[in-house]
Design a protein around this ligand. Structure first.
Ligand code: RP5
Length: 155
């Protein structure tokens, strides 16, 4: 299954490249789009609406500022939506974080930390791992290797 990655602006891409790179490391295909809840709402709806039928398992949605993108994506699909608040120029991303976590009851998104593109990908992989044993094994290996690297610093 594939993971959708959408961001509100090309200016988010430098941060979000880590999400597609992490998915690639685990052999998972992603489709990356620059679409905005405010600037291109019709194109966003068109892209999101048939993602389930096209074999996608989850959507990662990144935006800065008012950051309505993940919420609007979740309005158009019942696939899991993972929100990435992007650090902005004025309020350091706190505005986006608070906007993303304060979704109305009934339309959830799972929000990672500010600029948390890698964790968003890892969370998407965890979702895939429920039904994909290969990804589950790769995630276990990743955790083991991560712990070994940290523990080796103490030798
Ligand atoms: C949001 O506004 C985007 O996700 C981006 O993080 C922020 C600034 O966008 P640009 O003005 O750089 O296009 O919609």
């Amino acid at each position: 299954m594939k993971i959708g990655i959408v961001m509100g602006s090309i200016s988010d891409k430098g941060i979000m490249d880590a999400a597609s790179a992490t998915l690639s490391e685990f052999g998972v295909e992603s489709e990356v789009k620059i679409l905005s809840a405010h600037r291109t709402p019709a194109a966003l709806e068109a892209w999101v609406s048939d993602l389930r039928d096209r074999g996608f398992a989850a959507v990662i949605a990144a935006a800065g500022g008012a950051a309505h993108l993940a919420g609007v994506v979740a309005a158009f699909t019942t696939l899991p939506v993972i929100a990435v608040p992007i650090k902005g120029h004025s309020l350091e991303g706190l505005d986006s974080l608070l906007s993303m976590v304060q979704m109305p009851s009934g339309i959830p998104v799972a929000t990672v930390g500010i600029d948390g593109a890698k964790n968003a990908a890892l969370l998407a992989l965890s979702i895939l791992s429920v039904t994909d044993k290969d990804i589950a094994a790769r995630l276990a290996d990743f955790r083991k290797s991560q712990a070994e690297k940290i523990l080796a610093l103490n030798d």
